[in-house]
Design a protein around this ligand. Sequence first.
Ligand code: PLP
Length: 480
Amino acid sequence: MDKSLLQKAYSPQDFRKRGHILIDQLADHLDAQINEESTATLDWHIPEDERAFWNDFLENGDENELFAQILKRTTSVHNPKCIGHQVTPTAPITALTAMMSGFLNNGMAIYEMGMAPSAMERIITDLVCKKIGYNSDSRGFLTSGGTLANLTAILSARKAKVQNDIWNEGHEQSLGIMVSEEAHYCVDRAAKIMGLGEKGIIKIPATEDFKMNTSTLESELEKASANNIEVFAIVGSAPSTATGVYDDLTAIANFAQKHDLWFHVDGAHGGAAIFSEKYKYTVAGIDQADSVAIDGHKMMMLPTITTALLFKDGNHSHATFSQKADYLLVQSDDEDWYNKAKRTFECTKTMMSIHWYTMLKTYGEGIFDEYVTQLYDLGKAFGNLVQNEPNFELAIEPNSNIICFRYVDANLNLNTLNDLNANIRQQLLEEGEFYIVQTKLRGVHYLRCTVMNPFTTEEHFRVLLKKVKEKLEAILSPNN
Ligand SMILES: *Cc1c(COP(=O)(O)O)cnc(C)c1O
């Protein structure tokens, strides 16, 4: 049998050569993006054109051009004008650990398939637990994304709070969770996966300023009980995705404690505020949560996907997927924290912990404080700029690095304004210099920015607003 392709694919010389070229390309890219020698955040094509390009490339493209083309035809999260989605410009050193993870490919499900990273995982999750304010009974693990972390936490909640052994026997009663109408859609999805159905998702209305309206919690719980729904958990957002507004975690914690509900904090985006001396007040009360999810790939400069799920009582993290109900009785010195698949949804996962550990070892935890603080400062600065513009308004004064704003004009109706703002965003996308996104809040169309790059400046916001105004003038001018 011909093995020449295998020999080629595993050639150390070839790997070395391509690797050196790629590192140079990425370093040049970083330099050009951070120092803005290259101004574009993306090179927009409609999906069909993009597909045609890559179809053609597969047949006719120059193999040596492949990595350069991928670089050119993706969104540059390292560009300071990339202020759209909540994905971090990775700290470059973690691109190296991502390469190590990809290369070494230790499966992590059991200790033997990832000895160093399993030990590191315990160390870094212990550190995050401590930062949350948990004591030494707490435990955590890393898992593949905020979505999966939230599902896992709600499964843990059901195990801990519902009397019957649902994991083994299923359930006949109606179960429910409480969550703000502003929460990330993945909480709904988790509830549906668990078979709670629409009626099992008790949607708590938000206040004017997009926080969970905690004054309605008692009556919502009474209503659910009257409908024979057994509520076992409540989820708070830290912050919610669309507006970046933090729920009042202390109020939710008090309510949860009073009614013996599990309290989960979805801190996928902003749980990392625990590291910011200036902004940790945003997560006041987080130490009372039974579980907390924090995405490393959002506010901690780590590659996708790198999520920490932390439990105030480590026994619960062990019990979620256990087949035997008496699992909790296992002595803590037999805890086997190092066999991760007992706790995680995944069997195989990537070596996520090496990114966290490398950041801590190289820069210390102060880097997370600098990062979160800088971005939240910038969020506020952008909010102030918008407020000083006569024809612009904010959805809400920024709580974090997420800013929703729009053009307004008293002479135009809502539909016209919605179309105008959507039009502006589409033009920006196609132009490719700035990358921002959009959201609809209570029927109103907003332009939405998330400042993820610590090298974005107020000057960038000024230029962005100027561009938006120029586009508006072009659309609104009478001879158009
Ligand atoms: C991003 C986000 C999620 C989903 O996390 P993934 O890591 O993308 O799966 C969940 N909740 C909130 C509040 C988020 O911002």
